[in-house]
Design a protein around this ligand. Structure first.
Ligand SMILES: Cc1cc2nc3c(=O)[nH]c(=O)nc-3n(C[C@H](O)[C@H](O)[C@H](O)COP(=O)(O)OP(=O)(O)OC[C@H]3O[C@@H](n4cnc5c(N)ncnc54)[C@H](O)[C@@H]3O)c2cc1C
Length: 331
């Protein structure tokens, strides 16, 4: 394990903001983690785990040790469709490889940037599917005890863009075990997919291709325009709260959630209503096609993007009485 000093993080975050890590290491083998954590505790350094950097925003230089998970391995386990995948594997590449090997279910989650290890952190979701549907267990290194253990799905506390891993900073994901389908069973309940396939007859490959096409037309490519996808989560409110908001905003949309009494309000719709699309604050801007996506026009700092995000959430609070939680991790 090699520890580097004064590492520029610009290429390690999809916003492309400039920040310097005082110390930086890449984990190729799970046992390197022991060494990295020992180094941090010996030098009294704070640590920050990093995958592909597509869901984080660095506000400043980082004074501690950045630990980037880069362990690679995909293992077929004994049961059909059961896979153990190392944290450092690329998510989208995994989706492609699974499809080509006749393993299905992940096609709705195509083109989500980042690593496999980060997928359970916010329970990645898109086009009506969430990763928790396929997770059997998550192997973690627990920095509180210095041990490796397996957490069953039921212990991961998955919910909308959330899990135990978002709150327990001592848990570092080493691998994820997924139960995929060996027969195609395309999920096209999400409106955009229903519209694309009105007959309901569709293959997994067609869902994959359509999800990739829609995403590429709506979301900016971070390699061209720095961004981290949706910056905010959609607010979840009680049906009563929704009804009272509807008196004020008659065309306010909502979507069902897993819980009967709660509904999800699309944050993009609220922001769009207040005219945020395309607005700029210096080099930080709201994407012209998607009000939930903040972009770096070239030379924005993490702080520029964060201040713009704060203005946006304040406007939602004062106009609708709703607070927006960030989906992106602010560091
Ligand atoms: C264009 C674009 C589109 C996106 N679309 C979606 C979408 O449709 N749905 C969606 O859910 N997300 C989406 N995202 C967000 C992002 O891609 C996902 O959250 C992804 O899982 C982040 O992976 P990462 O490896 O880049 O994580 P990072 O950004 O590196 O890390 C994110 C968080 O996870 C923690 N973390 C990372 N790896 C580990 C690990 N091994 N163990 C413990 N903690 C870890 C980090 O400390 C940090 O808190 C999008 C982002 C972009 C740029």
């Amino acid at each position: 394990m090699q520890i580097k000093e004064q590492v520029d993080l610009t290429d390690f975050n999809s916003f492309g903001v400039h920040a310097i890590a005082a110390y930086f290491t890449e984990i190729q083998q799970p046992h390197d983690l022991n060494e990295a954590m020992a180094y941090a505790s010996q030098h009294r350094l704070p640590t920050q785990i990093l995958g592909g950097g597509s869901n984080i925003l660095f506000l400043h230089d980082y004074p501690g040790l950045i630990v980037r998970l880069a362990n690679r391995a995909v293992e077929r386990l004994s049961a059909p469709g059961l896979l153990r995948v190392a944290a450092g594997e690329n998510w989208h590449q995994l989706v492609i490889n699974c499809m080509s090997e006749g393993l299905y279910g992940l096609e709705n989650l195509a083109l989500i940037p980042g690593t496999v290890g980060a997928a359970p952190i916010q329970n990645i979701g898109a086009y009506g599917v969430e990763i928790e549907q396929f997770i059997v267990e998550v192997e973690v290194f627990d920095t509180a005890t210095g041990t490796v253990r397996r957490m069953h799905k039921a212990d991961c506390e998955f919910s909308y863009r959330d899990s135990i891993f978002k709150h327990s900073r001592n848990l570092i994901v080493l691998s994820v075990t997924l139960q995929l389908l060996t027969q195609q069973s395309p999920q096209i309940g999400y409106q955009a997919l229903r519209d694309a396939f009105p007959s309901g007859e569709v293959t997994a490959q067609q869902v994959f291709d359509t999800v990739c096409r829609i995403r590429s037309s709506k979301l900016p490519d971070p390699a061209i325009l720095g961004n981290a996808g949706s910056f905010f989560k959609n607010p979840i409110v009680s049906k009563d709260k929704y009804q009272s908001l509807k008196q004020q905003v008659q065309d306010l949309p909502c979507y069902p959630t897993a819980e009967d009494e709660l509904v999800k309000i699309p944050a993009a719709w609220l922001l769009d209503r207040l005219g945020w699309k395309g607005r700029q604050r210096g080099q930080a801007a709201v994407h012209t096609k998607h009000a939930l996506v903040l972009v770096n026009l070239g030379a924005a700092s993490g702080e520029d993007i964060y201040l713009l995000a704060q203005e946006m959430s304040s406007s939602i609070l004062s106009n609708f009485g709703l607070s927006l939680d960030t989906e992106v991790k602010i560091i």
